[in-house]
Design a binder for this molecule. Sequence first.
Ligand SMILES: NC(=O)C1=CN([C@@H]2O[C@H](COP(=O)(O)OP(=O)(O)OC[C@H]3O[C@@H](n4cnc5c(N)ncnc54)[C@H](O)[C@@H]3O)[C@@H](O)[C@H]2O)C=CC1
Ligand SMILES: CC(=O)N[C@@H]1[C@@H](OP(=O)(O)OP(=O)(O)OC[C@H]2O[C@@H](n3ccc(=O)[nH]c3=O)[C@H](O)[C@@H]2O)O[C@H](C(=O)O)[C@@H](O)[C@@H]1O
Length: 453
Amino acid sequence: MGLYDSQRDPDEQRRAFTSGEVPVSVVGLGKMGLPLAAVYAETAGEVIGVDVDQGVVDGINEGRSHIKGEPGLSDLVAEQVEAGRLRATTSAAEAAEAAAVHVVIVPTPLTDDHEPDLGALTAAVEGIGEGLSKGDLVVVECTVPPGTCEGRVRPLLSSVSGLDEDEFGVAFCPERTSSGRALKDIRGAYPKVVGGADEESGRAAELIYGELTSNDIVPMADATSAEAVKLFEGVYRDVNIALANELAKLDRDLGIDVNEAIDAANTQPFCDIHTPGPGVGGHCIPFYPYFIMKYTETDTPLLRTAREVNDSMPAHTVHLLADGLEAMGRDVDGSTVAVLGITYRAGVEETRKTPAAGVIDGLNARGAKVLAADPLIDDIESFGATPVDAADIPDEDVDAVVLVTAHEEFADIDWGRLEDALLVDGRGVLEEWCGEGDYRILTIGGGERVSGQ
Ligand SMILES: NC(=O)C1=CN([C@@H]2O[C@H](COP(=O)(O)OP(=O)(O)OC[C@H]3O[C@@H](n4cnc5c(N)ncnc54)[C@H](O)[C@@H]3O)[C@@H](O)[C@H]2O)C=CC1
Ligand SMILES: CC(=O)N[C@@H]1[C@@H](OP(=O)(O)OP(=O)(O)OC[C@H]2O[C@@H](n3ccc(=O)[nH]c3=O)[C@H](O)[C@@H]2O)O[C@H](C(=O)O)[C@@H](O)[C@@H]1O
């Protein structure tokens, strides 16, 4: 039964949706898509997941989750597959034919020249169009440039399906989820923003998410407004991290520990300066500013500058390390440096735009021998470093260690055996991890202060 139908009784629609009479397809079964599909299955009763990766599909059909570090997800996937409420296929057409609600959450990355790459979205939407029926609703959850749903998705669905644009619904309902807490977020950690390409699309989407989330719905005037909300959240974060990073670079000019000053500044509610670090990675925050910059005529110098500041942090981190070694009478050229962390964020198996890449490149360029450890990544060589188990680093006679990503496993390193090494702490955790001892710890923003002594 299609929900895009203002003549139907909403209560009857809700009953149908939550009793398996409105099959849902979820296209894209990755870090966000699989948790989303599992919660849809838990709520709606019949979900067909679609992914281009046969291994992903096979694993799910065997009741297994391929996503690491998501509390509760493995059990929920196993439970929903066992109950026959969730299955997966590589056939977009099969899923589109069966479903009345089609959810898209495929990657929307950037090309090398910072153009939004909507290739996966276009392929997914074409697949849905092949099986779209009158009364169906298409929900886009992956982040897209403003105007995509109304200007690209809806016309494409119409041309592929042969339906008029007012015979089916399109809504943008952004995924406001963080890896590591996906189920909690999807089920209602935050209000759910919903924007319909037309009024009936918005109504139908609100009805669905009213069942999925325990939190409020935030209805927007249209899909483009909802697309903008998601991007505004992301660029707010990128700009504020850039502010923290720019202030961190003033530590020696000011002769202070900038992190201490940021913490103090944030003790009043009008200030929320984020945390300085070795860079901003992932396929979200560093990408979203370009979804605005490339799609608006008006110049956006703040967004552009924030990207430049954040992208300068890997080099700044290497500069700190080289200076620190020099102060110890050592030269980074010919030194052995261990890089801790390849992924962009702790606990998340994602390396797109990771700051670690820039740190490793910078160290190699300065003639260092670079080792690297990451509990989630196997192919460390491709980043230009020699893989090493974190536990073995004290045996490697390293001159320096630089922490880029604070995977909790690194806390178990025998830090007591690294008192002769320079420790560059990109994430402000080493004083706690090292405890008492005679360490040389430099932090980003910490100035000349060499803590741990
Ligand atoms: N990862 C995050 O923290 C968040 C991501 N998002 C949005 O969600 C999107 C997806 O993110 P993730 O799930 O992290 O990506 P991911 O890379 O973990 O998973 C994407 C999945 O989509 C599949 N796929 C690619 N092209 C496809 C196609 N044409 N048809 C079907 N499946 C296809 C891939 O095989 C993969 O399994 C992002 O691009 C972003 O816009 C939104 C909020 C949070
Ligand atoms: C506004 C917001 O908080 N967005 C979240 C963000 O999650 P994401 O997984 O990208 O992680 P993140 O915490 O933003 O970190 C991104 C990058 O920025 C770095 N980072 C983060 C915060 C900070 O104060 N300093 C800093 O250097 C992180 O180390 C990482 O390399 O982006 C997600 C997304 O939109 O994909 C979104 O759903 C999440 O809620």
